[in-house]
Ligand binder design. Sequence first.
Ligand code: MN
Ligand code: MN
Length: 318
Amino acid sequence: MSDKFFHPVSGMDMPRFAGIATFMRLPHVPLDHPRLKDVQIGLVGLPWDGGTSNRPGPRHGPRQLRDFSTMIRAEHPVSRLRPFEAANCADLGDVGPNPVDGPDTLARFETFFADLKSRKIRPLSGGGDHLCTLPVLRGIARDEPLGLIHFDSHTDLFPAYFGGKTLTHGNPFRNAVEEGLLDPKRMVQVGIRGTQYDSVDRDFAKAHGIRIITIEEFFARGIPDVMAEAREIVGTKPAYLSYDIDFVDPSIAPGTGTPEWGGPNAYEAMQVVRECQGMNIVGADLVEVSPPVDPSGGTAWLGVSLMFEILCVMVTAL
Ligand code: MN
Ligand code: MN
């Protein structure tokens, strides 16, 4: 049980539109804070989109996510879990990127997450583009490869763009597999769709035993069935959950750089996370929310609602 310090500001004490916006109105606990040693789950902003191949903007994601996260209340509507009382959660702030130097930013992120790992703090990050996931995994999965449950309309298993070794938001999971950070036999990618240049990503998945559940299979079989299979593949050993907001149909979540039609609705978007209960999620992220393409904030509101769902899975796994 968490102590009162870690409880969010309640809308009963301070209206939700007022006050400084931290993630879910949690206390801000930077790395030099005396209560850092008591944090179990750290919410982190990753304001960087240097891996974006098309429309940039997710660098502005964490600020809009924090703003809309003040709408989150204390109790889960179905399980009645009260995650902020079940575990010590805090907003650890943003990891500052170097906006003009990708390799430097990746190193900064990796150092930060390796530090959290050494302190036994499990991270839940708000992005940022999907390349942000790679330095998180470098920070927390060096000793033991993790399983992966990945919601996205893209596999992000592509080779480098324009040759060379370029890191982009289209290849974090290919690199993570090649670096031994993920166990491909315990990887599931859900929601894959959209036109492609070729099939090199699917060839990579096939060669390594990564399970891809296309959106066609997802809708044909239904959520309980595909997620039961996902739980079986990911197993109960430590796993990472990565949620690209472009998993959701762009009619609902237009605020993202690489939208693909024919995705799940908002209810289905939340339901897949609820079906992750039982997985041992030791770290997670919600990425690719791009405020410049959806200044209304609707995409960010769904994004933080998904972060709340993810948090409830992480708290249960503690
Ligand atoms: Mn995507
Ligand atoms: Mn992605």
